[in-house]
Design a protein around this ligand. Structure first.
Ligand code: TXE
Length: 478
């Protein structure tokens, strides 16, 4: 049993009230975490406030060296990150290694290097020069979800501290283990006390207390759209800087000129990576009617070959969903799909696994056809291993179908003609589009959504801008 503590002002602290953390692949309780409330958040904010001045007085160059130190120690613990992440979330170990562990290290390295190279802007007038400088915002409240726990926490902590802010972070109560490991790493490298504080607990208690706290100047939140709305309702009247990265119902458009043998592994990856629990997952697959039969044949065969099972096994393609409650939610959408007239082409139920995984929150990858593209199943975020298939006649129809939901996060277009793909990509109402690939990330580019998928952009210079206040100093020649 792992005992997770809060990390406040450079010290690990327990409290009496705790929450159980469950391994969703077996149902076993693996850790106890603090059930923090406003008192612990207050202590963390006081610590972050006391550390503010000395941290922001350090040069940016010196702060980047701290990021490098954290990256070095994290990297030496890559295997531990991967196994904790797999245990806590139920995701396959191979994915936890390739995506979670490596990106968590890369986030610290990237923001150290990117901030070092960042050139402040200058605008010259006939008789004056404007110098734009980036100052810290103050205390950053960072709230992160359970699907990519350390990947998303490090994506926020690294730019927040490199720009001179101090941090109060609350990881998801479902997946606290790697945030705890990060606290240990931060402690080991000796980052000044109070610069990063990690408070564990429920969203409605610890999370809400961070968002409400008058001394927290900025909120960066990744999570569900409903929760994001609540965060915005609390933070906006207090004029906090706000970045919300919310849900998605992303379209995958497959044009008639696509080489399906090449594309299908990528389309299946987009649908089912991390059991479909990535906000960017392509869960609505729109296929040209000219290749519909061939697509269904090849796609269903491919997905039926995906292996669901023991997350620690190298050959599992899918592990467990993050929790039993979440598996129930995803299953309820499979039942809804059937009530809406959908035909289940494969999956739709829990796989038969041997002990201890017979008690886990597993679901087979599921393909549903025969639904209207306007049905609830095809327009609401399921966030699980369920995709719906829809056929289209023309490019215009594909674009109209892709843009028909309230979400606007991401999408992908698959084609033999990249110019045609790029032309369609420009007409999609989303923050990000991939052509002939998916989740191919350059950390310098903007990341975020439009419509109900969120507000603001992070990534590269957008993160540096969000985690700072841009101040203009106009100097007139005397
Ligand atoms: O997320 P929540 P949930 C979607 C997905 C999923 C749905 C709900 O569709 O089924 O959201 O998931 C904290 N003030 N995504 O309920 O509640 C919470 O403790 C402050 C998409 O698990 O949004 C956790 O740390 N914080 C998504 C974080 O918010 C609060 C990833 C996210 O949890 C809070 C996850 C409050 N009032 C789910 N209430 C993505 N965009 O990748 C909760 N939290």
């Amino acid at each position: 049993m792992i005992i997770v503590q809060n990390y406040i002002n450079g010290k690990f602290e327990s409290i009496d009230s705790t929450i159980e953390d469950v391994n969703p692949a077996t149902g076993e309780v693996i850790a106890q975490i603090p059930k923090s409330g406003s008192l612990e958040v207050e202590n963390a904010v006081v610590a972050a406030d006391s550390a503010r001045k000395s941290w922001s007085d350090l040069s940016l160059e010196k702060r980047t060296i701290w990021l490098d130190k954290i990256a070095d120690v994290l990297e030496s613990k890559s295997e531990e990150i991967a196994s904790l992440e797999s245990l806590d979330t139920g995701k396959p170990i191979s994915l936890a290694r390739a995506v979670d562990a490596s990106r968590s290290v890369a986030n610290f390295r990237f923001f150290a290097e990117f901030a070092r190279d960042y050139k402040s802007e200058k605008f010259e007038m006939d008789d004056a020069i404007n110098h734009v400088i980036l100052k810290p915002v103050g205390i950053a409240g960072l709230i992160t979800p359970w699907n990519l726990p350390l990947y998303l926490l490090s994506w926020k902590i690294a730019p927040a501290i490199v720009m001179g802010n101090t941090v109060v972070a609350k990881p998801s109560e479902l997946t606290p283990l790697t945030a705890n490991l990060l606290a240990e790493v931060i402690h080991e490298v000796g980052l000044p006390a109070g610069v990063v504080n990690i408070v564990h607990g429920l969203g409605s208690e610890a999370g809400q207390s961070i968002v409400e706290h008058p001394k927290v100047n900025l909120i960066s939140f990744t999570g569900g759209t409903m929760t994001g709305r609540k965060v915005a309702e609390t933070a906006s009247p207090m004029f906090k800087k706000l970045s919300l990265e919310l849900g998605g119902k992303n379209a995958t458009i497959v044009l008639d000129d696509t080489n399906l043998d090449d594309a299908i592994p990528g389309i299946a990856r987009a649908g089912f990576l991390n059991q479909g629990q990535v906000c960017l997952c392509g869960s609505r697959i729109l296929v040209s009617e000219k290749i519909w039969d061939e697509f269904i044949d090849k796609f269903v065969t491919f997905v039926k070959g995906m292996k669901v099972g023991d997350p620690s096994s190298e050959d599992s393609d899918l592990g467990a969903l993050v929790s039993f409650a979440h598996r129930d939610k995803v299953e309820s959408y499979i039942h809804l799909a059937q009530r809406e007239g959908g035909e289940i082409l494969c999956g739709g139920k829990s796989p038969k696994l041997s002990s201890p995984f017979d008690k886990g929150a597993f679901l087979e990858p599921t393909i549903v056809s025969n639904l209207s593209h306007m049905s609830r199943t095809a327009t609401e975020e399921i966030f699980g291993p369920v995709v719906t298939l829809h056929s289209f006649k023309t490019e215009d129809e594909a674009i109209e179908m892709a843009n028909c939901t309230d979400y606007g996060l991401a999408g992908s277009v698959w084609t033999g003609d990249t110019q045609r793909g790029a032309r369609i990509a420009e007409r999609l109402e989303t923050g990000m589009v991939w052509v002939n690939t998916w989740l191919h990330r350059d950390l310098r580019v903007p990341f975020g959504g439009i419509k109900d998928s969120g507000v603001g952009r992070e990534g590269g210079r957008w993160s540096l801008g969000f985690f700072s206040e841009a101040i203009n100093i106009c100097v007139k020649e005397s």
